[in-house]
Ligand binder design. Structure first.
Ligand code: PEP
Ligand code: MN
Length: 339
């Protein structure tokens, strides 16, 4: 539920309500707006007489949150969340469109440094690259692990680009957090609740990708797992779902963007690479994603897609990526955003 304080409520009155809620086992979250303070309270409502809270000095109104997800809901927080990644990069509405680019897997130090420099030149705001890869086949390349993280670090040193990389296993959480500026939770792990709780205990921004068979509500419930542990720095990512269509690798559900914006205050980005599985569909779907209101994109770029160790068919060459960035500027401007 949400406790809306009166515009003239004092800090003492707010603190008193918070204490009262805590005594009854509620988790609380304060948001101080210009006009009034709102207290979000998560817990068992039967543990307290709501009338007694309503009677406390300074309380204006109690509003129940009807959705199963609470902290991530728009009801809980009206203002858009902006996730700060570095001094230069924040992701969220009102901010510049953020484009995260790089190879599917980190393959070698030289290759990741080169591609990082290329995507930076084209205007990317962060570098992606998997050191731990969730592959469908156990016989496929599984990523270089810690060595791959070291390679990402070198690329960051050379280019200054923040790093987005996937965490697959709770046992690697601390290690990955040392190298990553954003921890990616992949589609296959969207409902790995133990992993979600683990990243929830961290402060690092989390990029949570929608599962291939997950509804929007399930995605938001997974974000709720992370937030319920205290980490509010979450970026959601639409990356395609399984449908009857087989022409594309997945069906990119672009309507998820405005739907999530309506239901949640969290930023949303789109992955047109995994969303389509085909490099020539990446540009049109990127443009459409920005037009639909996405706060950014995550795009696979490889200097030589035919030789890529994973996801070559959906990877853009650096020059194609660069051309796309120019097209994106026009669409961003048309919808009141900036690249
Ligand atoms: C990836 O980003 O490389 C990846 C594996 O994506 P997803 O989890 O969306 O399949
Ligand atoms: Mn990939």
């Amino acid at each position: 539920m949400i406790i809306i304080m009166r515009p003239d409520a004092t800090e003492e009155q707010v603190n008193y309500v918070v204490e009262k809620l805590k005594v009854h086992g509620f988790g609380t979250h304060l948001s101080k707006g210009v006009e009034r303070t709102v207290i979000g309270a998560i817990g068992d409502k039967s543990a307290i007489e709501l009338e007694t809270i309503q009677m406390l000095p300074g309380v204006s109104e109690i509003v129940p949150i009807r959705k199963p997800y609470k902290l991530v809901s728009r009801e809980f927080q009206k203002a858009d969340t902006v996730v700060k990644i570095s001094e230069r990069l924040s992701i969220g509405a009102g901010q510049k469109i953020a484009v995260i680019a790089g190879p599917c897997s980190v393959e070698s130090e030289q290759a990741i440094i080169e591609v990082a420099a290329e995507v930076k030149k084209a205007g990317a705001a962060a570098l992606r690259g998997g050191a731990y890869k969730p592959r469908t086949s156990p016989y496929s390349f599984q990523g270089h692990g810690k060595k791959g993280l070291e390679m990402l670090k070198k690329a960051k040193e050379k280019t200054g680009l923040p790093i987005v990389t996937e965490l697959l296993d709770t046992r690697d959480a601390e290690l990955v957090a040392q190298y990553a500026d954003v921890i990616q939770i992949g589609a296959r792990n969207m409902q790995n609740f133990i992993l979600l709780r683990e990243v929830g205990k961290m402060k690092k921004p989390v990029l949570l990708k929608r599962g291939g068979g997950a509804t929007i509500e399930e995605l938001l419930m997974s974000a709720e797992y992370i937030m319920s542990e205290g980490n509010h720095n979450i970026i959601l990512c639409e990356r395609g779902i399984r449908t009857i269509e087989t022409y594309t690798r997945n069906t990119l559900d672009l309507s998820a963007v405005p739907v999530i914006k309506k239901l949640s205050h969290l930023p949303v980005i789109v992955d047109p690479s995994h969303g389509t599985g085909k490099w020539d569909l990446v540009a049109p779907m990127s443009l459409a994603a920005i037009a639909a209101g996405a706060d950014g994109l995550i795009i696979e770029v490889h200097p030589n897609p035919a030789e890529a160790m994973s996801d070559g068919p959906q990877s853009l060459k650096p020059e194609t990526f660069s051309a796309l960035m120019k097209q994106l500027q026009a669409v961003a401007r048309a919808v009141g955003r900036e690249l």
